[in-house]
Design a protein around this ligand. Sequence first.
Ligand SMILES: Cc1cc2nc3c(=O)[nH]c(=O)nc-3n(C[C@H](O)[C@H](O)[C@H](O)COP(=O)(O)O)c2cc1C
Length: 193
Amino acid sequence: MDPIEEFRALFALAQAVDRARLPDPTAMSLATVSPDGAPSVRIVLLKGVDERGFVFYTNLNSRKARELAATPLAALCFYWAALEMQIRVEGAVEAVSDAEADAYFASRARESQIGAWASLQSEELVSMEELRRRVAEVEECFANKPVPRPPHWSGRRVKPSSIEFWRAGEFRLHERRRYERDGEHWTLRRLFP
Ligand SMILES: Cc1cc2nc3c(=O)[nH]c(=O)nc-3n(C[C@H](O)[C@H](O)[C@H](O)COP(=O)(O)O)c2cc1C
């Protein structure tokens, strides 16, 4: 089976689990690396997945985006506790098209659109008052107008070179199936847990 198809089938299953048991299956850890090789990791939300890869959106001045600009490689990790599953994805990172980012930005709540303009993500914020003041300024600037996508806000796509499905087994005999991309094809190997 194609691992992206497999991911999509499991993702649909995870989305059908009730929210008390699996609060947000779109939440994924995103790991990046600094120019001197130090890793960093944070949660972002999966906003699209197809045969091209896994898409998230962020501020392009943020630490993660700067690290990806210097080293366009990332790792993702999903943990769906209710399904006793972990899914790991590794690959090169590319920008989504402006049209794709515009369409997603337009679908966001107006408050989130305003926040994207107001937040200098990952820079030092002296007080929450400063953030509220910036939100008020952006609201005034776009009063009675649609909020356009900021030039410093867009999406990144992780193009998988490997995808590993981990499923909990009895007595720690977990199942690990790792797909690796080989040109147009995928090879599948099982790994010891
Ligand atoms: C549940 C959850 C979802 C989040 N989703 C996003 C997201 O989609 N994009 C984003 O830029 N940050 C998101 N964040 C915030 C990031 O985890 C992180 O704090 C922020 O992006 C700054 O990271 P950086 O300084 O490493 O760039 C989310 C945080 C949580 C807890």
